[in-house]
Design a protein around this ligand. Structure first.
Ligand SMILES: [Zn+2]
Length: 376
């Protein structure tokens, strides 16, 4: 599995000059490629290598090649659009950088030759060890950051098969089938405060108000990020090996209404899913995505499905009279689907529609369950 570790390097001229030269080299290749509609790396290299070396004489040859690779990918991605690379960044491969976490330094190829840069030691440098395959230097806001990709050996998947169903929602960020609730009361209050501040600052409209707004946006983003990290960590540390989540698709349409769309906009279930997935992977646990069809209308006790079973936050079964919190009921249904799905994977049968696990009144035959992690 691949992990990215970020270290902060000293903000030195050599790094900034390298990043500026890299952008310039990249731009020359992008301009040529978009003009001649070429994205093939070989052809681009033959056509532009000499031009780049002449334009930037002190730019190392190995970096010319990584710049050309990046330009080729940009051309392919944007379908030969004439783009301008603004973000100051440099791509390094195993020829142009070497990472030494034991002695806390990194050696990088720059326009001033090969140089060593120190960085502070972080505890995750000890846990994520492996082959350091490539890196990206980012120059931003008077900071030099290096993202290093590490190929960490895979953790063996445990298969005791204890499944935890997780229901994600707007009011409750996550509800687990073992009766754990993670509500969004605090985060909604903080987001509301930011929204109010934002509205007031937008009304003021001065330059300093604009600067303040930019600072605020980053702070709010980091707040949400932290909450999702905390919740996902608490979930994957539970004594379960398989986590079942719904396969969600969020659609913001006009019919939803402004208020509901705003709630949806500030909701980040996909980010939570991504965090749960990678944290589970490093602990040798599995994440399964199941069909969300009627999970909130089905009784987790008797299996009766009806849309009147659910009354806002409460669930009340029209057949057996079972009552429960609606999200908790849904999470128990998800757990059941997860168990069926896990069993199916264990016996290693070809993929078939697994809706027989859910006695619904109308099976969605187009749905095929899938593993969220493709490598396992
Ligand atoms: Zn029932």
């Amino acid at each position: 599995m691949f992990r990215t570790i970020q270290v902060k390097l000293p903000f030195e001229n050599s790094l900034v000059e390298t990043a500026v030269a890299f952008n310039k080299a990249c731009q020359i290749v992008v301009n040529y490629g978009s003009q001649h509609k070429i994205h093939n790396k070989d052809k681009l290299n033959k056509a532009t290598y000499r031009q780049v070396r002449e334009a930037i004489p002190n730019f190392p040859s190995a970096l010319v090649q990584t710049a050309r690779d990046q330009a080729s990918e940009m051309l392919k991605r944007t379908n030969y659009a004439k783009i301008v690379k603004k973000r100051l960044s440099v791509r390094y491969d195993n020829r142009t950088f070497k990472f030494y976490p034991e002695t806390n330094h990194v050696s990088l190829t720059t326009v001033q030759g090969r140089l060593n840069f120190p960085f502070n030691h972080y505890s995750y440098l000890d846990t994520w060890k492996g082959a350091y395959t490539n890196a990206q230097l980012i120059i931003r806001k008077k900071q030099a950051l290096l993202n290093v990709q590490v190929d960490v050996p895979d953790v063996e998947v445990k298969a005791t098969g204890k499944v935890l169903g997780i229901d994600r929602g707007v009011l409750n960020v996550a509800v687990c089938s073992d009766n754990t609730f993670f509500d969004s009361k605090h985060s909604r209050a903080v987001k509301g405060r930011y929204r109010y501040l934002r509205r007031r600052l937008q009304h003021v409209g001065t330059r300093s108000a604009h600067r303040k707004l930019q600072r605020l946006s980053g702070r709010e983003r980091r707040f949400v990020l932290n909450i999702n990290h905390c919740i996902s960590k608490a979930i994957v540390n539970k004594p379960c090996d398989v986590f079942a989540l719904e396969k969600l698709r969020i659609t913001r349409t006009k019919e939803n209404g402004k208020r509901f769309n705003r709630l949806l906009g500030s909701w980040s279930p996909n980010e939570l899913e991504r965090f749960i997935d990678y944290k589970a992977e490093s602990r040798g646990k599995l994440v399964l995505l199941v069909n969300p069809y009627k999970t909130s209308q089905r009784c987790s006790k008797c299996g009766f499905v009806h849309r009147w079973n659910r009354h806002a936050l409460d669930f009340h079964c029209g057949s057996c009279g079972f009552s429960l919190n609606a999200d908790l009921n849904a999470s128990r249904n998800i757990e059941m689907l997860g168990k069926a799905e896990h069993l199916r994977l264990c016996v290693n049968q070809p993929i078939v529609v697994s809706d027989e696990a859910l006695p619904t009144d109308n099976g969605d035959d187009s749905y095929k369950p899938c593993l969220s992690r493709h490598s396992s």
